[in-house]
Design a protein around this ligand. Structure first.
Ligand SMILES: [Ca+2]
Length: 342
């Protein structure tokens, strides 16, 4: 044997030994604990871990695939939600004892890119997530995909089914600045698919008030239908901090609607009035922040579009104006809401 051949042979033997040796190395179970799962993207604590995959040494003792539960209705990006799963039914039969679970999250349903891994110590079968900082102010929905696998002393089992979670647009306030200074009617023709719910003329729905601090004004030139309510910060009223108003339309045709509100502007009105729109599935969208302030000029009736919303038929949808005595130094006006089917 030439020195060259002998060298090659030794090299092959060494490589072979290394390979065999590698098979004897277990995947060392890490310390358990919820490494991440608090605040979202950009926060430290989670880890994009190299995907080691199931170990081949003793496949018979590996755990089975957990079953990921459906992730339920969409949430806002700042709303917490849970990712829950059930251990594989075969694990007790195999004697597999879960040390921890690894939950993966990705914007890609195939988990080919941008995969983040969260570790959850057994026996917990839940990961708490909240997407706090995704694209502040963006209006679009996002979808995130999840899957989970079990880690035992024998290694990692296969992944579960994949479930998707829809994340609605930001929970942060939306500032509405485009208003319409008009007469006391909304800036579009009224009809079957475009109507108002007024504080006094409630043909198409209901108007309700809460709290003790409301005053009203009747004047044919002020407010829709010549009447509005307001909470005054000047008058010595028994304000109880519960002042709120609600417009509940009777929706006869489900669909996408523009939602508008009107108010009589004045110099002491709040420039930070907070409206909310509750649309499908009882989700409360907002706050939509509207300025009811009108400089030094005593004003007119203004109409402001809060946005476009999917409204179901019936009376589940509603618009809320919330006024809190705490920290409020200005007046707010509750007049009418308008709904226009697109
Ligand atoms: Ca009115």
């Amino acid at each position: 044997m030439t020195p060259l051949l002998r060298g090659l042979l030794l090299l092959l033997l060494a490589l072979s030994a290394c390979g065999l040796g590698a098979l004897d190395v277990d995947d060392p179970p890490r310390d358990g604990g919820l490494d991440a799962g608090g605040l979202d993207d950009g926060d430290a604590g989670d880890e994009d871990e190299p995907d080691a995959g199931p170990l081949e040494r003793d496949a018979g003792s590996l755990p089975g695939a957990p079953v990921l539960e459906p992730l339920g209705a969409p949430v806002f990006r700042a709303q917490p939600f849970g990712v829950d799963w059930r251990p594989s039914a075969s694990d007790p039969v195999r004697g597999a004892v879960a040390l921890r679970y690894e939950v993966q999250e990705s914007a890609d349903p195939a988990f080919d890119a941008g995969v983040r891994t969260f570790r959850v110590a057994a026996p917990s079968t839940r990961l708490d997530r909240v997407h706090q900082s995704l694209s502040f102010g963006a209006a679009e929905r996002l979808t995130r995909y999840y899957r989970v696998r079990t880690v035992t002393a024998a290694g990692r089992g296969p992944f579960s089914n994949v479930e998707a979670k829809v994340l609605e647009a930001s929970f942060k306030p939306t500032y509405v600045s485009v208003g319409y200074r008009g007469p006391n009617a909304p800036p579009f023709p009224l009809g079957a698919d475009a109507f108002t719910v007024d504080d006094v003329v409630r043909a198409n729905g209901a108007f309700t008030r809460a709290g003790a601090g409301w005053l009203d004004t009747t004047d044919p030139n002020k407010g829709h239908q010549g009447h509005y309510w307001y909470v005054s910060n000047h008058a010595p009223l028994p304000r109880d901090g519960a002042e709120a108003a609600r417009w509940t339309p009777t929706i006869t045709r489900a669909g996408r609607y523009e939602v508008w509100v009107s108010f009589y502007r004045s110099e002491n009105r709040d420039d930070h009035a907070e409206y909310f729109v509750t649309s499908r599935d009882g989700e409360r969208l907002g706050p939509f922040v509207v300025s009811q302030y009108l400089g030094t000029e005593w004003g007119d009736t203004a109409w402001v579009k809060l946005g476009e919303f999917s409204l179901e038929a019936g009376t589940a949808a509603h618009v809320d104006l919330d006024w809190s005595a705490a920290g409020r130094s200005h007046s707010e006006c509750a007049d009418a809401a308008a709904f226009r089917r697109l």
